[in-house]
Each structure stands twice: as structure tokens, then as C-alpha cells.
Ligand binder design. Sequence first.
Ligand code: CP
Length: 311
Amino acid sequence: MKKYTTISDLTNIPETIQEAIQLKKNPFLHKDLGINKTLIMLFFNASLRTRLSTEKAAKNLGMDVMILNVTDAWNLEFTEGTVMNLDSSEHVKEAAQVISQYADIIALRAFPSLKSKEKDNSEWILNSFLKHATVPVVNMESATMHPLQALADAITIEELKRKQKPKVVLSWAPHPKALPQAVANSFVEMMQQLDVDLSITHPKGYELNSEITKKTPVYHDQKAALENADFVYAKNWSSYESYGEVLLQDSNWMLTKDKVKNTKFMHCLPVRRNVVVEDAVLDSENSVVIQQAENRVYSAQVVLKKILEKL
Ligand code: CP
């Protein structure tokens, strides 16, 4: 594999999930694959799980890891042909090529602005690195996608499913701040590739990008949508139509014990307790959020392994 910026970079998703499950059983089996290879992780935004799980995955494969919080470095310029007489000190053209000399793989986290749909959809930060870096690039959550999270979610569902084709519901949930659509987008894209009965429930005005949801059924009655679900994935996202706006904070959309019942509860974390989901769900045996976070290691590890094998 030459890069992992979207789940479509995976040629065979079911096989990749099985490979990740095998890596989980024996994480150090390929501990020599990454010897003398370096992963550089660039963070434009905060992270707990992605940062630690990706570092752990790389170390399981024998790699060296360097981390740069981009806010500690020079302000980067991304526009071509600009006169750099304001705040930006370094152009991504040089930065990406320089970092590529120190790294065998570059991983990148860069959230959307949530101010300009066009700019965010252009994935300007991720695509600038793809254009100017000379080594493979891994997406650790970009403006519109979080493919490492989606792969960890798919691994978790595969481990826990009790029937061939489980019913999986992605449910919008309230949140006080405007959040990206990236996790929801990649989850939908991933589920569409698997043998699951996927539906989405959200209030009116929270439609995701129709180019991603395609024909996935959407319901505005959350309680009805959750009937007989095997998995519910709770996530807040800001409006895509009224781009980046918080239209509603209705606590009736919080995931409660009454609604979730015995359905497996999923969330990418971090999660706001008693806003997105009530304690009684998150602390119950049906919550699988810790297992999802554990699987972030093997999601990253299988991706890094596939890239290292092609270096
Ligand atoms: N789920 C996830 O990406 O967590 P972090 O933002 O903590 O990395």
C-alpha cells in the first residue's frame, strides 16, 4: 500500500480486518519489519487515542517514532504563489520535502476549519502533504475523513457480531460545540463496504454529504431507528448543509439506557458524558468504547505493516 488517506486505499477490507485481528493475537510477530524505519506524526490538532495508538502500533513493528505538534513549528503557508509577508514563515513545499528526508512514513492530523465547505472538502492540508511529500502519507483524521478510526470500528464489529449481517445504526447525538463530520463520513463509507444493515438517524438539518451517504436509509425518529439494532454508533457532527453550524442541542437525542437497551454502544471517544450518552449506557456491559480504542492500535498496525511491506 502506497498511502492510507481514505478507506478506498484498502484493496480488500474484510481481509484487512482479519489481518488486524491476527495482529492483535500476536502484536510483535513483525517486530523486525520496521527496523531502521521512522514514522513522523504531525499534529495540527489535539489527540489522545490516535497519537498513542499509532505510536504503539509503529513500535510493535520495530519503527522509530518522532512527533511534531505543528503549532510548535513555523507557521505553514499552503497557498501557491503567495507573497509570504504576513504570519507564515515556511511553505508546505519545503516543509513536506524536508520532513520526508527524516521519515519513511508521514502521518498527519488536520481538522477542518468548519468555516468553508469548499476549502475543507478540498482537503487542502492533507493534499498539500500528499503532493509535496516524497514518502507515504497516513491520514490520522483530516477535514472530512478518519479512516484509521473507521477501520478500528470495523474490527470491533467483526469481533462482537452475533449474526452474519448485524443491524448497525449511526445516531447523531447532541454536543455543545461544532464538530467535524469526518468520523461519521468514514464510518458510513466503511459500513457500506461490509455485510451489515446500515442506517443513519439524525434530526432534520444534519444530513451528511449525500455523495457519501448515497442510498443509506436515513430516519428522523431515533427511537424507531434503534429498534432491534445490534450496534449503535453515537456521534455528534455539525450541519453539512448550514456548514459548521450547531442547529440543535436537544437532549432528547442523547443516547439513554431506555433507547439503547441491549444494543452494543459504540463511540470513537472522547465523549461528553450525559450530553452525548448517559452514564448508565457508557458504564454498562454493552458499551464497547474501550475495545474500539484498543483496536485503534491494530487498525494503525495493519496499515503501517502494509505500507512498510511496499517500501
Ligand atoms: N477517536 C480519536 O481519534 O481520538 P483522539 O482524538 O483522542 O485521537
